[in-house]
Design a protein around this ligand. Structure first.
Ligand code: BES
Ligand code: MN
Ligand code: ZN
Length: 494
């Protein structure tokens, strides 16, 4: 979809369909003909209730009135949802060029950004493995052929820059969704490494990528990562991306380290998952996908901050060489780890990747992982779990998430959780004896490997998939790409 900004009135653009948001107790601002739109409101047919839709035809165009709720509660999320539902109706009605008339006096919530995000995310469909093209009448919503070809964002203020940024970021989100949705037999660790390489190749002057296989991982002493990989014949990949901005960052801007769990399929290993829990385990690489695509967006936006991205990609299977419960491995940091449960593999991979990111110069860390089912019990698919060991850094990450529109909820670190992952045979154990508090003990496990660098951990197990949001209801959500890009922006501002 092409996306442009204009200061022209929506009705004077070439769009065949105009979207106008309705706010509670506020009149239609720019009406057409003899007040056709306000008449629909007055008749009770068009309402300000969120997700409510009404359609009119006037002045040779189609007008979609979409509810935005009350102005007091209008935020970016309300606009994303409105954009998604309006997009759905417009597509069903055969629209080709859509123009959004932005609500007035909403500048501080980045309305252009929200409308672009909501529309482009809603328009996303994963059809890579469908042999029948669109318009095939299979009921999946694309019966009108190619769908919407162009989105025009109309406002009194020039929103060109905001629109361009939003397109870059949302394309990165949708690219991460592609990686998530691709089945594990195609999205292997090698394929994820290839994607990282091609993202870097698009920015040859600023973004570099190195992919190391099993030998490299072993040679680096990454015994915890290698232990997970040894149960699979599929070559693992340690992916290191380095973004060096075109202009030197301001003094005191720290090197940002982004670390992603890239388990391309998690069977649980010998501590095997029941079939019902295994079925979606291709999305266990979401953290890695987010890191790779966020780096692409950061490079495209030429943000003045150095960023190191590290993704540990491997399968977790149960081949003849697979790690066994009770096995002990030595991590790259030197700490020994006892594997009490082979299904707690993500923290093994991340332990070595966090250590590696610090070795690559990271001065602030964020790791992103589909780490524990327990966080889904706690927060469902609404909030991601968020841990941090430094208040200033926590505030930066929380601010970035709020701006990005990814919901995160602070969870506790505590010595008593750390106690629970002390090993009996080795220094640390990858699972705590009581099954309770598993998301918090997982965080404290990782904390052993952060080397005193300010660190935040996002457990995105719930929010990565089937979010039920209007703009990403099923499958991969591409979270938290928007947060990671917003974080790099914040860090670059010092
Ligand atoms: N990849 C899973 C977590 C997961 C669960 C992701 C559901 C997406 C949906 C992770 O590797 C895992 O298996 N965690 C275990 C840890 C336990 C053995 C301590 C879990 O949550 O059960
Ligand atoms: Mn697992
Ligand atoms: Zn896993």
């Amino acid at each position: 979809m092409r996306v442009t900004a204009t200061t022209e009135a929506a009705g004077s653009t070439a769009a065949d369909t105009i979207v106008v948001g309705l706010l509670e107790d506020e009149a239609v601002v720019h009406d057409v003909e003899d007040g056709v739109l306000q008449a629909l409101v007055d008749a009770g047919e068009a309402r300000a209730k969120p997700r409510s839709l009404a359609v009119a035809h006037a002045a040779g165009k189609r007008w979609i009135l979409v509810g935005l709720g009350a102005r007091a509660s209008l935020d970016a999320e309300a606009l994303r949802v409105a954009a998604a539902v309006a997009h759905g109706r417009a597509r069903d009605l055969g629209a080709r060029t859509l123009c959004w008339e932005l609500p007035h006096k909403a500048g501080e919530i980045h309305p252009a950004r929200a409308v672009v995000e909501g529309t482009l995310m809603a328009a996303y469909a994963f059809r890579a493995f469908k042999t029948k093209g669109s318009g095939n009448g299979d009921g999946d919503g694309d019966e009108n052929g190619g769908g919407i070809e162009e989105l025009i964002v109309s406002d009194h203020e020039d929103r060109t820059a905001a629109v361009a940024r939003a397109v870059t970021v949302t394309e990165a989100v949708n690219a991460a969704r592609d990686l998530q949705n691709t089945p594990a037999n195609a999205m292997t660790p090698t394929a994820l490494g290839e994607r990282a390489r091609s993202v870097a190749a698009a920015h040859p002057d600023t973004l570099s990528c190195e992919v190391e296989g099993r030998d490299g991982i072993v040679a680096r002493g990454m015994g915890a990562f290698a232990a997970v990989a040894q149960g699979s014949d599929e070559e693992p990949a340690l992916i290191t991306l380095r973004y060096e901005p075109p202009a030197a960052p301001a003094d005191g801007v720290p090197v940002l380290g982004l670390v992603g769990k890239g388990v391309t399929f998690d069977s649980g290993g010998l501590s095997i998952k029941p079939a019902g829990s295994m079925v979606d385990m291709k999305y266990d690489m979401t953290g890695g996908a987010a890191v790779i695509e966020a780096l692409g967006a950061i490079a495209a936006l030429e943000l003045p901050v150095r960023v190191v991205g590290v993704v540990g990609a491997t399968e977790n299977l149960l081949g003849g060489r697979a790690m066994k419960p009770g096995d002990v491995f030595t991590s790259a940091s030197g700490l020994t780890v006892q594997v009490d449960n082979t299904d707690a593999e993500g923290r093994l991979v991340l332990a070595d990747c966090l250590h590696h990111a610090i070795g690559q110069g990271a001065q602030r860390l964020v790791d992103v992982a589909t780490l524990t089912g327990a966080i889904m019990s706690a927060l469902g698919r609404v909030y991601a779990g968020f841990w941090a060991d430094d208040e200033a850094w926590a505030a930066q990450v929380a601010g970035a998430a709020a701006e990005g529109g990814d919901l995160i909820w602070r969870m506790p670190l505590h010595d008593r959780y750390a106690e629970l992952v002390k090993g009996s045979t080795a220094d640390v154990a990858n699972m705590s004896p009581p099954r309770t508090g598993a998301a918090c003990t997982a965080a404290e496990f990782l904390h052993n490997f952060t080397g005193g660098v300010p660190w935040a951990h996002l457990d995105i197990c719930g929010t990565a998939w089937d979010s039920g949001r209007a703009y990403a209801p099923k499958g991969g959500t591409g979270t938290p790409v928007r947060t990671l890009v917003a974080l790099a922006e914040r860090v670059s501002r010092g």
